[in-house]
Design a protein around this ligand. Structure first.
Ligand code: SF4
Length: 365
């Protein structure tokens, strides 16, 4: 199999080009095509010398992921892409447009083994790990689509306003169960001469894989950490997040404390607000007590509907009350997340391969 260029760090690409007896200048040009031109084929790197292109064509491929399906939310702010991988596997990637910025929500696995009860990806089970290049390719896909969109709106590509601003590893899969590939992808996404997504621009979300959190802390990885909490007791968490059996709540909180102490970063705690389940005043106080003294922010996300879970999103009054208690009684900052892309099943916990995914066909990679 020819190597995907998205699998390579800039250093590795330079080594490859030099191994062909060619100048590293050509590696820099290829890198520019990949991460500034968003080239999705070798044909689009026309300025390279014929001898370099011949080696590229013989030994590599760009690794762009073909889109089998694209859906757009009715408000126009969210676009979801069903992307094809080798072996007829499929993943979903989401472009989220906020005022003045665009965020890519990327997948780290096809499916997921964690089995969170309210999550469509968990309901489909685990299919496979993604490679670093497959993770990077999703971010580039969103960046390319966003630039096309900006251009078609008559915006100038000069000045960088069309560039991708943020990447969240909150799509399909548990990133800390695919640690090596995810961290290599983070390194590629951060490269200052490429997508240049700095430490404040990449957020990794975990359901509570304690060894992965400790490793992130020990390695001082430059990413924001988000932890899906959803319940403030071990019993409550077990009912929603089966992985709590393996890594209980007290171990998870201890790992988060270690992460903050080691990195100096606060942790974002995600809380899917489920009506009548975890949205009472007492639930809010339990969160406040649990996180007391920790550098923390709570992100409240009214539950997004999935076919396999009967729970309903909390009403806005309950969300406001929850937030009021966290801030007023515990001085704990929180946000209520804007719900985006629900009509195209592109919200948190809704990614599952999309309509018609099982029968979608892709061009050969
Ligand atoms: S919420 Fe995340 S960790 Fe849980 S099943 Fe869904 S994708 Fe996996």
């Amino acid at each position: 199999m020819r190597v995907s260029l998205y699998e390579l760090t800039r250093g590795e690409l330079t080594e490859l080009v030099e191994s062909w007896g060619q100048s590293p200048v050509h590696a820099a040009r290829i890198w520019h095509h990949l991460y500034w031109g968003y080239a999705d084929s070798l044909e689009k790197m026309a300025d390279l010398p014929a001898r370099v292109r011949a080696r590229l064509e013989a030994e590599t491929r760009v690794g762009a992921l073909p889109a089998a399906l694209e859906t757009q939310s009715s408000d126009g702010f969210t676009r979801k892409f069903l992307l094809g991988l080798d072996g007829n596997r499929m993943i979903e990637t989401v472009l989220m447009r906020f005022t003045g910025r665009v965020t890519a929500c990327v997948s780290s696995q096809a499916g997921c083994a964690m089995g969170c009860v309210f999550c469509a990806t968990g309901q489909m089970g685990f299919k496979s790990q993604l490679s670093a290049g497959e993770i990077v390719a999703q971010a580039v896909h969103v960046a390319r689509e966003w630039r096309l969109c900006a251009k078609s709106n008559g915006e100038s590509p000069a000045g960088g306003s069309h560039r991708l601003r943020n990447v969240v590893l909150m799509g399909m899969g548990e990133p800390l169960q695919n640690y090596e590939a995810v961290m290599k992808a983070v390194d590629i996404l951060r490269d200052p001469s490429g997508l240049a997504l700095g430490a404040e621009r990449i957020t990794l979300s975990t359901v509570g894989v304690v060894p992965g959190i400790l490793r992130l802390a020990a390695e001082r990885r430059p990413v924001h950490l988000a932890v899906s909490l959803h319940a403030a007791t071990q019993e409550g968490r077990l009912a929603l997040v089966p992985v709590a059996k393996k890594w209980p709540l007290d171990e998870l909180i201890a790992a988060c404390r270690r992460y903050s102490e080691t990195t100096g970063r606060r942790v974002f705690y995600e809380w899917a607000l489920i009506e009548g389940r975890n949205d009472s005043a007492e639930d809010a106080r339990a969160v406040g007590r649990l996180l007391r003294g920790l550098p923390a922010q709570v992100n409240l996300i009214p539950l997004n509907p999935t076919a396999g879970y009967a729970g309903a999103p909390s009403r806005s009054e309950a969300a406001r009350r929850f937030q009021h208690i966290l801030g007023g009684e515990f001085a704990l900052p929180s946000t209520v997340r804007q719900r985006r892309g629900i009509d195209i099943a592109a919200g948190c916990g809704q990614l599952a391969g999309g309509p018609g995914a099982d029968s979608a066909r892709f061009p050969a990679a």
